[in-house]
Design a protein around this ligand. Structure first.
Ligand SMILES: NC(=O)c1ccc[n+]([C@@H]2O[C@H](COP(=O)([O-])OP(=O)(O)OC[C@H]3O[C@@H](n4cnc5c(N)ncnc54)[C@H](O)[C@@H]3O)[C@@H](O)[C@H]2O)c1
Length: 404
């Protein structure tokens, strides 16, 4: 009855495309529907629009065969399952943009046909699935609706789609059974919850991670402020000590999910989410801390203009190591602060491309101060002369935490 088994909306995105490739790899007929025409063109020709381990090879195999890239909304009505993976950002007051999802369903509900199953996969505000159910009912759409959150980490999508348990939730047994059967194509591990429980499980997970990073960053700043080597303390705390194994290393905690999902939960708690807000202040404050410390360190005497007279290079502009995703990267925040405080600012990244970026080698040559913002592995081989100031919160160069 249906031409496609699955249609992924937002199918050229970081969540949608790996999922589409995974389903197509299992032999399902998959449509990838997106508004981004240049990404669609790439996917159609079997080329990944971004880096994701294992996807390039698999996409080449399935593109144009059982994976079809389309901008024809009629194709939405030709799929048994419709998976929604569009972005769910927060607005300028850091509140969720509820209207986006509703206006999305305003656009597509006319293409839905009886017997289809809509799966929400984007990270949504608690209660969103219930609201969409009421909306679809009002519009007379005779479709099933479930919420099955995506929990992959970028760069490990294929491995995690197969290895992580899948949370599924719905309003009736039949819908939950149907969607569980679909996801069993990818993983044998299914967890069933109520929709609002699944929405909160996803938000709590991201918030937990963000708070863990904040603890690490707060400890780092506490010690570093007194010029105490945090990595020696970190080693003492975590070496063969089971109860501190979850403590991450300090570093920029950024990207398109953790911050905005913490703000979604904050809006849900009527802005009384002290832990989440504290985590945000700590993580977002790390670039300011680095620049303040450099100002102190370079405080010039007499005619020395201090930091204003120094060139600073930022190594790594992606939001995390090994990634080409620059969305909400704190490297760009650091750049902005430095542009007001330092003489010149240079940027470099091996994966993110911008006209004004320079090579890492050139950056080292031109800069008096080098800040390792994103610990891409390739930087390990970079020679940094001893006469340069190096800020390496990640301890990629292993200069901190040494023997006495
Ligand atoms: N990136 C991650 O690692 C990750 C992990 C888990 C969950 N999530 C959640 O998944 C959702 C998507 O995130 P993402 O990183 O994949 O975003 P993304 O921006 O990479 O992908 C979204 C895609 O949707 C497309 N799109 C937007 N509006 C559309 C519309 N009306 N019709 C068709 N296509 C449309 C965009 O062109 C884009 O290709 C968010 O809710 C995010 O919080 C992301």
């Amino acid at each position: 009855m249906f031409k496609f088994d699955v249609c992924i909306i937002g199918g050229c995105g970081r969540v949608g495309l790996p999922l589409a490739i995974a389903f197509a790899g299992k032999g399902l007929q998959v449509a990838v529907y997106d508004l981004d025409k240049s990404r669609l063109q790439m996917v159609r020709s079997g080329v990944m629009p971004f880096a994701e381990k294992g996807c390039a090879r698999l996409l080449k195999k399935v593109a144009g065969k059982n994976l079809t890239a389309t901008d024809d909304p009629q194709d939405i009505g030709r799929a048994r399952f419709v998976v929604v993976t569009i972005g769910t950002p927060v607005e300028e007051h850091l509140n969720p943009r509820f209207a986006d999802m509703i206006s999305f369903f305003d656009d597509i509900h006319r293409y839905l046909v009886e017997g289809q199953h809509i799966i929400l996969r984007s990270t949504v505000y608690p209660g969103a699935t219930e609201n969409i159910r009421s909306y679809l009912k009002r519009k007379g759409a005779k479709v099933r609706l479930t919420f099955c959150p995506e929990r992959i980490a970028e760069g490990r999508a294929l491995e995690e789609l197969a290895g992580l348990p899948q949370i599924v939730s719905g309003f009736d047994k039949k819908s939950v059974e149907e969607v569980s059967r679909l996801f069993r194509r990818l993983t044998g591990d299914i967890i069933v919850t109520e929709p609002v429980e699944a929405e909160l499980a996803k938000l709590f997970t991201n918030n937990w991670r963000y708070i863990q990073f904040a603890v690490a960053n707060q400890f780092y700043m506490l010690a570093d402020r007194y010029n105490i080597d945090y990595y020696r303390i970190y080693h003492a705390m975590t070496y063969h000590y089971p109860r501190t194994q979850g403590l991450p290393r300090p570093g920029f905690a950024a990207g398109p999910c953790l911050f905005k999902d913490t703000m979604q939960l904050s809006a849900f708690s009527n802005n009384n989410y002290f832990l989440g807000h504290s985590a945000m202040l700590i993580n977002e404050g790390l670039p300011n801390y680095i620049v303040d410390k450099l100002k102190m360190q370079c405080r010039g005497e007499g005619d020395d203009p201090g930091l204003k007279g120094r060139a600073v290079g930022i190594l790594g502009m992606a939001f995390k190591a090994g990634s080409d995703d620059e969305r909400d990267s704190l490297s760009f925040k650091l750049k902005k602060i430095l542009e007001m405080s330092a003489g010149r600012v240079y940027c470099s990244d091996p994966y993110v491309k911008r006209d004004y970026f320079i090579s890492a080698e050139k950056l080292v040559q031109l800069s008096d101060i080098i800040i390792l913002a994103t610990p891409h592995k390739v930087y390990r081989k970079l020679a940094i002369p001893e006469d340069k100031i190096l800020v390496d919160i990640w301890n990629l160069y292993g200069k901190a935490g040494g023997e006495l």
